[in-house]
Ligand binder design. Structure first.
Ligand code: HAM
Length: 412
């Protein structure tokens, strides 16, 4: 017996309506904001991620699913931002369009230790805006994430907002932090001792109590920011305030990927346990240029769909479906039933029939299980009279009607 790979999930037909609903809502909201879909491949040159996310980030160091073929090393994409920037440059969208607003949905892969809300194949619904440094676009992007959550029917989340500043400010923050932590190295957790060497900003959002205390005592705040980055952040905050979007400024939020500059945000939900981030994003003003494009500022975010579904909880299934279930009893009726089924489908009426030779009772049970709206029964009598029995499964009423009136009746 083969089993699914640890940290992956089969999304079964009974779960699919929740997924389709989230996807449908997302498409509607994204198009309200004039974002168009983009679908890059799930497999990319591994170097794209090393270069974009940073050589010393956890994702690149420990979590990439790598595939080696001849001289190439590919990666199953751990995230969508780098592939979209690659596609933007490779397809000359920087020259053709300059400014683009795109959204995407699909699987991402990270070899993490699986636990609730943390999978090895999970799904992102996200967006990227490339080609604008205007703080108003930061406001649009954060408010779009908020609008999606409202439309998904998820409440009780917190939007945490921070700014890292430009590349120069990040360097400044790195220096200040290095000085502040130098004398406290022994008190840091093992991960942070390692981060101190290679990825020091990540010490800021370590969840370990002792690391948190050291960071809080250092009182870093936003002093490392240059005037322009200060002003950018103020504008973003003012914009969100004017839209009435609640957020918390979280000065220690840095995010785990190196490409971020200026605005970063994370949306957390207390109902999710240890893996409490529903979505995350931010600006990446240097990535397009670093990957070989002309300079273009950018911002985006991604939702973890599995976590959105967890936070949303059970949503009552939407009553009965518009399905017609045809029950034909006996070989002659079955032969006629097949042509009728084809006519129903041609007329655009979703319909199905019993392929297991069930009794009337058994077939009615199937119609019930499928939450069919109508059952259409053809027995010996109906066949003789050129009629069918149409049963309204919701109201329990049934009547015999002429076969040729069935489609008209159902459409009415
Ligand atoms: P990220 O924070 O790595 O950001 O992932 C975004 C979201 O994906 C997380 O907040 C979480 O909900 C979900 N997620 C991440 N890892 C897992 C996992 N192993 N299992 C289940 N869900 C997971 C990015 O990937 C950036 N590309 C977001 C972005 C877009 N920034 C700018 N544009």
């Amino acid at each position: 017996m083969f089993k699914r790979v640890s940290g992956t999930k089969d999304i079964l037909p009974e779960e699919i309506s929740a997924w389709q609903e989230i996807e449908h809502i997302s498409r509607t909201v994204f198009s309200l904001y004039n974002y168009r879909e983009i679908r890059p491949p799930v497999i990319e040159d591994a170097g794209l991620f090393t270069r974009s996310l940073g050589e010393f980030t956890e994702v690149v160091q420990k979590q990439m699913f790598l595939i080696k073929r001849e001289d190439e090393t590919y990666a199953l994409r751990p995230e969508g931002t780098a592939p979209i920037v690659r596609a933007y440059i490779e397809n000359s969208l920087d020259k053709k369009n300059g400014f683009i607003k795109v959204y995407y949905m699909g699987p991402m892969f990270r070899a993490e230790r699986p636990q609730k809300g943390r999978l090895r194949q999970f799904h992102h619904i996200g967006c990227e805006v490339i080609g604008s440094v205007d703080p108003d676009i930061d406001v649009e992007v954060v408010s779009l994430a908020n609008a999606l959550l409202v439309s998904y029917g998820v409440g009780g989340y917190v939007i945490k907002l921070n700014t890292l500043g430009c590349a120069q400010d990040k360097k400044e923050l790195t220096n200040v932090l290095r000085q502040a932590l130098q004398g406290k190295l022994q008190e840091l957790c093992d991960d942070c001792k390692d981060r101190f060497e290679h990825n020091i900003l990540r010490v800021l959002d370590c969840k370990n109590e002792s690391c948190r205390k050291i960071v809080n005592d250092a009182g870093l705040g936003h002093r490392h920011l240059c005037q322009e980055c200060q002003a950018h952040f103020t504008k973003v905050r003012q914009g969100l305030d004017s839209l009435g979007i609640a957020y918390e400024v979280s000065p220690h939020l840095v995010r785990g990927l190196d490409y971020y500059t200026r605005t970063v945000f994370e949306i957390s939900h207390s109902g999710l346990g240890a893996q409490d981030a529903l979505a995350a994003g931010g600006r990446y003003d240097n990535l397009v240029q670093e990957l070989g494009g002309s300079p273009a500022s950018a911002i985006g975010f991604a939702f973890g769909v599995e976590r959105v579904l967890l936070a949303r909880g059970e949503v009552p299934a939407a009553g009965s479906r518009d399905l017609v279930y045809l029950i034909a009893l006996g070989p002659q009726a079955k032969a006629y039933g097949l042509t009728l089924l084809a006519q129903l489908r041609q007329a655009g009426i979703p319909s199905d029939t019993d392929y297991e030779n069930k009794s009337l009772k058994g077939a009615m049970r199937s119609a019930n299980d499928l939450t069919a709206r109508y059952a259409v029964i053809i027995g010996e009598n109906e066949l003789k009279n050129n009629t069918v029995t149409l049963k309204d499964m919701q109201e329990g009423r049934q009547k015999e009607i002429k076969s040729q009136d069935l489609i008209k009746e159902l459409k009415a």
